[in-house]
Write a protein that binds this ligand. Sequence first.
Ligand SMILES: [Fe+2]
Ligand SMILES: [Fe+2]
Length: 242
Amino acid sequence: MSEGPGRASLDYSVRKGCDTKTRTHADAGSGALTTSRSGHASAEPAAHYSRVMRTDIPEVPWTRMEEGTAADYAVLTAASAAHTSAALVDNLLTMLDLLKGPNLGYQINRYEHSLQSATRAYRADESDDLIVGALLHDIGDVFAPANHSDAAGALLAPYVDERTEWIVRHHGISQGYYYFHHLGGDRNAREHYRDSPHYDACVAFCADYDQNCFDPNYDTLPIGEFEPLLREVMGRPSRFDT
Ligand SMILES: [Fe+2]
Ligand SMILES: [Fe+2]
């Protein structure tokens, strides 16, 4: 791989002390779809769940939440928190995999676009938060295409700094500068947010790590290079916890 001007390599295993060999993305758990008797498609548990699924959690005796006790919720909350945090990054990697769909007219697909965005941010020596923000900035396309920026911002908000969250939340309207006018819209719609302290950073993000990230000839780093950093950033305690 070529090396960017910012850092010599993405050796987070050294820099961050992370294990880079914990997972092969091929078994990320895309989950074979099956069809239930009702005719609805359902997914088998993703492969990664078998590594994080706990079977030692006592089951509550009730079926209505209003019947639960403080002791019940202490157990349930701890179990849920442990499970979701253990599975979060694998889920995110699976969601990123879903961006490997068709190119939709561009020269690369959205998965490659996301990696290219993260690679350019990394090579420009951006913060860890922003690199992860770049990697996930379009992940909302998978489940919230009508407001993908907001969805990705909400996903990242507990774990990254406010600047990164703001950039990701507003990258859609900011990116519109490059094409809204071709669709009869206002390319300067982003000006509505000019008073934000993060406005200029968002404009720069779109210029340097988004609108230019559709190049099939760019030396984009593979997902494995970013996985340890993704695990570190998304493994932080939520900044919303009291
Ligand atoms: Fe986007
Ligand atoms: Fe994008």
